[in-house]
Design a protein around this ligand. Structure first.
Ligand code: KG4
Ligand code: ZN
Length: 358
């Protein structure tokens, strides 16, 4: 008899509830977005996000149970994102999960949101440990060797903006709508990536750390030069700027991943695999570059379907399955705005558009 896990996610601006079995079946995966609530503010407003989670969490949980055709009594355990993220949202989710678990007498498992992303390839493709993971979203950017549900080695990450954040800010500079990633990708498809010279930040520095805030500044400079010279941007200027920016982000991500592969292969993985997660993994240029890189090294490439790459609760429920399997379910469940996956590495400082960096 498969055991069913209820997952709850509320660390940023998506309220999620999902039912996943320990046999990898996703019975329900409900995500209630909040984009329109934050649109006018140019980023996620933590207080608005927390309030919206509080309003939507019970709706999301009931809807997930209904879709799965079960009641709470059929669930074996509840897994909740307890960090990293925006504290108000985390508290909403943790309190909700604690109430349900106490009321129904169920075990409660605290899940690191990044572990949820990082373990998704095991839910979707049964990838074996260790694998290399590039996590690229609006709030995160990390290269990790995933060795086990509680064992991560961070090879590098961004020292400033996450790539999605850079896409979003750059789209705004070009007068495109939000979320900016898909808009930039669309504009770039009609552009010449070589017309403007964008930097490739930190490629001259050893290791896998990355930086993306300078690219957005470079884009602003090129844009302003054009506006000064001609009084505005033509459609072709917009396409070429988008293409140049996108290519620069892709080149940095792919070159840093190439370096990470070398470190990863030293672990002699039994089924060498590169996996991606996060909204930016939807980008065709970045995806194609990673696929080529995987082929060059003879590695398997795993990109879970987009709705499982972006924030969702199925990944949290699945992380609960994995943590339960290794008996890692006894940690105190507290909301932690910062919670690095690899505590042996120096902390990534700063706070992004979507809350504290992990
Ligand atoms: O993982 P996600 O849904 O949410 C979090 O950041 O937590 O990622 C959203 C980010 C946004 O910044 C969005 O602009 C970016 O992913 N994104 C893309 C594309 N689609 C979404 N970036 C580049 N190209 C895309 N096609
Ligand atoms: Zn996320």
């Amino acid at each position: 008899m498969p055991r069913l896990f209820l997952g709850i996610e509320s660390s940023c601006d998506d309220t999620g509830a999902a039912i996943v079995s320990d046999q990898r079946d996703i019975l329900a995966n409900v995500v209630v977005g909040q984009t329109e609530l934050h649109d006018a503010f140019g980023g996620v407003v933590p207080e608005i996000a927390a309030r919206a989670h509080t309003e939507k969490l019970d709706v999301a949980v009931s809807s997930a149970l209904d879709k799965a055709g079960i009641v709470l009594r059929d669930v074996s355990a509840i897994a909740v994102t307890s960090g990293p993220g925006l504290i108000g949202g985390l508290l909403s989710g943790v309190m909700m999960a604690r109430g349900l678990a106490t009321g129904a007498g169920l075990p409660l498992i605290g899940v690191n949101h990044l572990a949820g992303h990082a373990l998704t390839p095991r839910l979707t493709d049964n990838v074996s440990f260790p694998y290399l993971m590039l996590l690229v979203s609006g709030g995160h950017c990390q290269l990790l060797i995933v060795r086990g549900p509680e064992d991560y080695h961070r090879l590098g990450g961004t020292i400033d903006d996450a790539p999605g954040e850079a896409f979003d800010k750059s789209a705004r500079l070009l007068g495109l709508s939000q979320p900016g990633g898909p808009e930039i990708e669309r504009a770039a498809s009609g552009g010449d990536p070589s017309r403007f010279r964008f930097p490739r930040p930190l490629l001259d520095r050893e290791g896998c750390d990355m930086s993306f805030s300078g690219l957005k500044t470079a884009l602003r400079r090129e844009r302003d030069t054009l506006i000064d010279a001609q009084g505005g941007l033509t459609r072709q200027d917009q396409h070429d700027l988008a293409a140049g920016f996108q290519q620069a982000v892709a080149d940095v991500l792919i070159e840093k991943t190439r370096r990470a592969v070398e470190a990863y292969m030293a672990e002699r993985p039994s089924e060498p695999t590169i996996a991606v997660a996060g909204g930016v993994a939807a980008n065709g240029t970045i995806r194609a570059g990673l696929e080529t890189l995987s082929q060059d090294f003879g590695l398997r490439f795993c990109a879970p379907s987009l709705h499982l790459c972006t924030d969702n609760a199925a990944m949290i429920a699945w992380a609960g399955v994995e943590l339960d399997r290794v008996g890692a379910t006894t940690h105190p469940i507290i909301a932690r705005p910062r919670w690095p996956l690899d505590t042996s590495q120096p902390a990534l400082l700063g706070s992004g558009k979507k809350g504290a960096k992990a």
